[in-house]
Ligand binder design. Structure first.
Ligand code: M6R
Length: 357
């Protein structure tokens, strides 16, 4: 039930800190240490390459998950859009492990790939919010998101839950492979939950950003580099699906290869700056679009912020920034849709789970 909330989407955005804390609790063993089923760890360790298969927001979580697994557990990862995989199957490695990410566990495009993978005799792990869902039943292993039911068509808490579970999977696998842990992940996820709470208390800020940047525009671009680029893709999907503003996410360095031609006087460009190594280059990209008339909204992380940034995120571990940088984008999309009179929870032409191929 949505209780006093006007929309499920807003309620689900607000639930994110609780969900992250719940995930940490669920994945801790009796000694308080993050752990994953031994069978799953064995499958991760046997694999010479991981193939993540997903659609929409879950695909965007997969892109971030690749960074987690490659950086922490040092296993090569490919991320594929479910509906493309069947027609464009890549050359598979010798010992692949397939990881399906799906909030509902019912996405037909993903299921079609799972059926094929099982026919080929490969192992599959499903990361889902719904125990007993088709993708969970048909895979060899399941990791649950513990996010509680997600009702709004726009996925919010499932995305951050997917990121948290992927981070735990990456970290626990890393430790089982004898690597020094990248961080104290339970502690860092606690910091994330607190930072999410701070962001959820700043709704007025995001409402006014939405009002200032998105009330009348026809389009909006999201730019970032590295992990920020992937969050930009998710921000753009959120905005387009509920507000019908044409929104696209671009890698900062790609702008000059074509996209910059789209920038006109007043085009809103939302830039993410949470990564130290690319902070100056993304800011260079902002200058390039501003010189062509763009209206920039920079969301940076504390420590990397500069004069004129529209919002400064609390500081969290650099690898985990997507868990918090997405929250402003979710809220900005929510308010943009609201201001434009759209049906936030049930956008046109869309269904919560897509059960046709
Ligand atoms: O249930 P799934 O995670 O498999 O769903 C995949 C996509 O249909 C879903 O993420 C969709 O893109 C959302 N509406 C995005 O907010």
């Amino acid at each position: 039930e949505k209780g006093t909330y006007p929309h499920y989407m807003l309620k689900e955005i607000d639930e994110q800190p609780l969900v992250i804390r719940k995930i940490v609790e669920e994945y801790r063993n009796e000694n308080g240490v993050l752990s994953i089923d031994e069978e799953i760890l064995a499958a991760m360790n046997e694999a010479d390459r991981i193939y993540i298969i997903a659609a929409g927001t879950s695909y965007h979580a997969g892109l971030v998950g690749k960074q987690f697994i490659e950086k922490m557990a040092k296993i090569a990862v490919e991320v594929h859009i479910s509906s493309e995989f069947g027609y464009n199957t890549p050359l598979l490695s010798e010992r692949p492990l397939f990881v399906f990410i799906s909030q509902s566990g019912e996405t037909a495009d993903s299921r079609a790939v799972l059926v094929k993978v099982k026919e080929l005799g490969y192992k599959a792990l499903t990361i889902t919010n719904v125990p007993g869902s088709t993708l969970s039943r048909e895979a060899d292993y399941t990791l649950l998101l513990h996010a509680g039911p997600e009702i709004a068509v726009a996925s919010t808490k499932a995305y951050t839950a997917q990121l948290a579970v992927l981070a735990i999977l990456a970290e626990v696998t890393a430790v089982s492979r004898g690597f020094k842990p990248e961080m104290d992940l339970s502690k860092e996820l606690g910091i994330i939950a607190n930072a999410m709470e701070v962001l959820c208390d700043e709704k007025d800020e995001f409402e006014s950003i939405a009002r200032e940047f998105l009330t009348v525009t026809r389009n909006c671009f999201f730019i970032g580099r590295g992990i920020d680029f992937y969050v930009g893709l998710e921000g753009a999907l959120k905005l387009k699906e509920i507000s019908y503003i044409q929104a696209e996410g671009f890698a900062g360095g790609e702008l000059k290869h074509g996209t910059i031609a789209l920038i006109e006087e007043g085009t809103p460009v939302i830039a993410l700056a949470t990564q130290e190594s690319v902070n100056l280059s993304i800011r260079g990209n902002v200058k390039e679009v501003v010189a062509r008339g763009a209206y920039p909204c920079i969301i940076s992380m504390k420590g990397l912020d500069m004069n004129g940034d529209s919002f400064v995120l609390p500081e969290v571990h650099e690898l985990l920034t997507p868990l918090i940088s997405v929250v402003p984008l979710q809220l900005i999309s929510y308010y943009a849709a609201l201001h434009r009179g759209c049906d936030v929870d049930k956008p046109r032409n869309l269904a919560k789970s897509v059960t046709v191929e």
